[in-house]
Ligand binder design. Structure first.
Ligand SMILES: [Zn+2]
Length: 348
């Protein structure tokens, strides 16, 4: 098969469009013939590498993918395949729980003790074929677009788990989203509007803010035009502060904590700014604030949010699509933050 792989860590120049053996599905696994993959910031971090990351090289990036079931592993039982058939259209859930630990058995497989993410420690979806456990696939209607599905899988489950399950965002609450363009943030705007919350978006790019508005954002704050956006938010909310802030930047935590009302919740699923920064603990206790972290979602939440996407209630935003062989250029666009929504790869 054709795949985009790397034999050593480094910049986009280490990516090669090359031949690689089609993986062999094990019992309980499906071989998926991919037609679309989507990029995530994690792909860049894995390609660059970090101390302690041990991969079996060459490695293949990619957590998100959609395509057709091409085969099942030998010895797979009818109970494992269920109603899934060869040729069915599917999207992959990259959150790989072991299925047997205390958390997986309690249905909290994103807290698995032996947790893996497709494309991170396991070869991913920048390829014509990938193998995944059958429980990791969601069957799509035959006419549903593969790119829409691939663009949705990781970011919508992440935003859903954070906003709905962990953050308990309610109808009528105010939620601020720090940053306008990323995949999780565009998903968060849509999910918050679907819940019936009032949405504030802080950004620095007027085009991206206008696009956030087109997704339903109610109040837009251009941080390049205000001295301190946390003050601007405070004024915009009649000096009450916000119920919830979604901050996946990290280095903006102090502004986020200032912008919250007493008893407010700060939700985080990532750190696009930097992983380490200072916060003033006095804001936490004096304002009764909660900082709530999470990653990915459970298998049942993934199905919940994909049902809404297939029904058209939530619509993934696709920024641009590149042919698989141009994955390096696609990653460069993501690295430069030029995208609004998801960048996808077209695979034949
Ligand atoms: Zn587990």
């Amino acid at each position: 098969m054709k795949a985009v792989l790397f034999r050593q860590h480094g910049g986009p120049e280490v990516l090669e469009y090359a031949d690689f053996p089609v993986p062999e599905p094990k019992p309980g696994e499906a071989l998926i013939h991919l037609h679309a993959a989507a990029l995530n910031r994690m792909d860049l971090m894995v390609r660059n590498g970090w101390p302690g990351l041990r991969l079996e090289l060459p490695h293949i990036n990619g957590a998100d993918g959609a395509g057709e079931v091409a085969a099942f592993g030998g010895g797979t039982s009818q109970a494992e395949t269920g109603e899934l058939k060869i040729g069915d259209h599917v999207v992959i859930n990259a959150n790989l729980g072991c299925g047997i630990c205390e958390f997986c058995l309690a249905g909290k497989d994103n807290m698995c003790r032996d947790w893996h993410l497709l494309g991170e420690t396991v070869r991913g979806t920048y390829a014509e074929y990938v193998c995944v456990p059958i429980k990791q696939v969601y069957r799509l209607p035959d006419d549903f677009d593969f790119h829409q599905a691939a663009a949705a899988a990781l970011v919508y489950q992440t935003a859903w788990h954070s906003l709905v399950k962990r953050g308990c965002l309610q109808k009528g609450e105010t939620v601020l989203i720090v940053g306008a363009g990323g995949g999780v943030n565009t998903a968060s705007v849509q999910i918050a509007k679907w819940i019936g919350a009032q949405v504030v978006v802080v950004g620095s790019d007027s085009k991206k803010l206008a696009m956030a508005e087109s997704l339903g954002a109610d109040i837009l704050i251009d941080r390049s035009k205000v001295e301190d956006w946390s003050k601007a938010v405070f004024v915009a909310t009649n000096k009450r502060g916000l119920d919830v802030v979604v901050d996946n930047v990290g280095t903006t935590f102090m502004q986020s904590l200032r912008a919250l009302r007493k008893g407010g919740r700060l939700l985080t699923v990532g750190n696009s700014g930097a992983p380490k920064f200072e916060i003033d603990n006095r804001y936490l206790f004096a304002k009764h604030l909660s900082i709530i972290g999470s990653t990915m979602s459970t298998l049942s939440e993934f199905r919940e949010v994909m049902d809404l996407i297939v029904a058209g209630a939530l619509k993934p935003v696709i920024d641009q699509t590149y042919p698989l062989e141009e994955a390096a250029g696609a990653q460069e666009r993501l690295w430069r933050n030029e995208n609004f929504g998801k960048i996808t790869l077209d695979i034949h």
